[in-house]
Ligand binder design. Structure first.
Ligand code: IMP
Length: 195
């Protein structure tokens, strides 16, 4: 069975493909010849994930899913949220995004935050959502050089190190994305014929 992940991010595709087994074959946007710029115009993670999955379903009528993730900081009323990638302006300027967060939280004692991932799956025309979160706190300074995005300033609860100080395996064992993907994969397992 064919399943399209509405992304061109090779790491995300690999993470899901590694967890899928059996008869489901995963394709990215490039693999199906889709070069469309799918704009994330939603104001919630669900909306953005849904925009991506509906784009593929409406155009190709293939089972598919889209995802959207970001950081929610309690003291900033959930910011940067869906604007995580472009919080400081330009898309994907992680250094400037972190500077903006640290500046806004300069004299804030409530450092509670979480990463959230939402996946919108359209299976046989029916939409379903899968969600994963990881709770933590925002450090006062960056620490670590691994990962991407806000990893150097995010310390997951129960740890004394940031995401950027973890190995990829450690982060993937507890991350928001991994939790959402696990739920998706658990759902898809039932869709595969037993060997
Ligand atoms: P995306 O929807 O997975 O592309 O994530 C959007 C943005 O949220 C990224 O550009 C990052 O700024 C932030 N983000 C999402 N997941 C992570 C993560 O695991 N670590 C750090 N930042 C993340």
């Amino acid at each position: 069975m064919k399943l399209v992940f509405a992304t061109n991010n090779a790491h995300k595709l690999e993470e899901v493909a590694n967890k899928l087994s059996g008869s489901i074959e995963l394709f990215g946007l490039n693999d199906i010849g889709c070069n469309d710029e799918i704009e994330e115009t939603g104001i919630t993670f669900n909306e953005n994930a849904s925009i991506k999955s509906h784009h593929i379903w409406n155009k190709y009528h293939l089972n598919c899913f889209g995802d959207d993730s970001g950081l929610e900081i309690d003291a900033l009323n959930g910011e940067p949220g869906v604007y995580s990638a472009r919080y400081a302006g330009g898309h994907g300027n992680h250094a400037a995004n972190m500077d903006k967060v640290l500046e806004k939280l300069k004299s804030e004692t409530n450092r509670k935050a979480r990463f959230r991932t939402v996946i919108s799956l359209i299976w046989d025309g029916e939409e379903m959502f899968f969600e994963g979160t990881v709770e933590g706190t925002i450090r006062h300074e960056r620490s670590g050089s691994g990962g991407f995005g806000y990893d150097p300033i995010f310390q997951p609860d129960g740890y004394t190190i940031t995401f950027a100080e973890m190995t990829m395996e450690e982060k993937n064992a507890i991350s928001h994305r991994a939790k959402a993907v696990e739920k998706l994969v658990a759902f898809l397992k039932d869709k595969q014929p037993t060997p």
